[in-house]
Design a protein around this ligand. Structure first.
Ligand code: OAD
Ligand code: ZN
Length: 239
């Protein structure tokens, strides 16, 4: 089995800006004003406008050669994609097994939808649905009447790391590929530790955080350059 852990760099060549590079999202926006629960409480309109912009351009973007290479690989071997990306370019490329640990821009959920243990389920509303247009101010939950919000994870919120699934696959992983992430955001970045004993590990990034590279073969460059090439060699090897 091959696990591919991706970040914004995977979609950069589809025209989606990364977060922390020069010209990235967090240069243009103050993260605390648009992507935290407190921001939502203080100024819903600003938070919704930020996500609406993401929704509009992410809908228009197309998968690049790296997404398509992953889809091709998945035709030959078991591939699990764990992505921090809220775009759906892996889906558009035809990849099936994708864990969106930071949510998806094309879903909305009730603002009262929390990732909390079932014993507290009286305190939440589980409404969630696919959307064709971004969430607007005044869009209310059809189930409980509270406000709707995008189904993305904000800073300070719980992340569903699919822990049961992680333990299920941990010992079956032959190759671990990390692509296009600064791995600065936790708990997502813990995956590098979790899969540290996988026999073969590759890190694809033009400007990687060098502290993270222990045990990895570094492919220093863009995702569209190295993923298709890596997929070809893995396919040959596995054929
Ligand atoms: P970052 O913006 O932190 O890191 C992007 C990484 O992609 C950097 O290491 C770049 O060098 C690399 N990169 C840039 N262009 C690339 C290319 N063409 N091919 C390959 N790599 C390239 O983005 P993430 O690590 O994804 O959180 O950020 C993690 C989280 O922080 C995001 O999911 C988002 C953000 O705040 C939420 O939305 C919750
Ligand atoms: Zn609700």
């Amino acid at each position: 089995m091959i696990v591919i852990f991706s970040g914004a760099g995977l979609s950069a060549e589809s025209g989606i800006p990364t977060y922390r590079d020069t010209g990235g999202v967090w240069e243009k926006y103050n993260m605390e004003e648009v992507a935290t629960p407190l921001a939502w409480m203080q100024n819903r309109k600003l938070v919704l406008d930020f996500h609406a912009e993401d929704f509009e351009y992410m809908q228009k973007c197309q998968p690049n050669a790296a997404h398509l290479a992953i889809a091709e690989l998945a035709n030959h071997v078991d591939v699990v994609c764990i992505t921090q990306n809220i775009d759906t370019l892996l889906e558009k490329a035809g990849v099936k097994d994708i864990w969106h640990i930071h949510g998806r821009i094309d879903y909305q959920k009730c603002e009262w939808h929390f990732d909390i243990p079932p014993m507290y389920s009286d305190w939440q509303c589980d409404y969630k649905s696919l959307i064709n247009e971004p969430v607007k101010l005044g869009d209310l939950c059809p189930k409980c009447g509270k406000h709707l919000r995008p189904d993305v994870v904000w800073f300070g919120e719980a992340v569903d790391m699919h822990v049961d699934d992680l333990y299920r696959i941990q010992n079956q992983v032959d190759v671990f590929i990390v692509v296009g992430t600064s791995a600065q955001v936790y708990p997502a970045a813990n995956l590098l530790k979790f899969f540290q004993n996988v026999p073969r590990k590759y890190f694809i990034d033009p400007d990687p955080n060098t502290e993270l590279l222990d045990g990895f073969t570094l492919l220093k460059g863009k995702a569209t350059k190295y993923l298709p090439a890596l997929v070809e060699s893995l396919k040959e090897e596995l054929a």
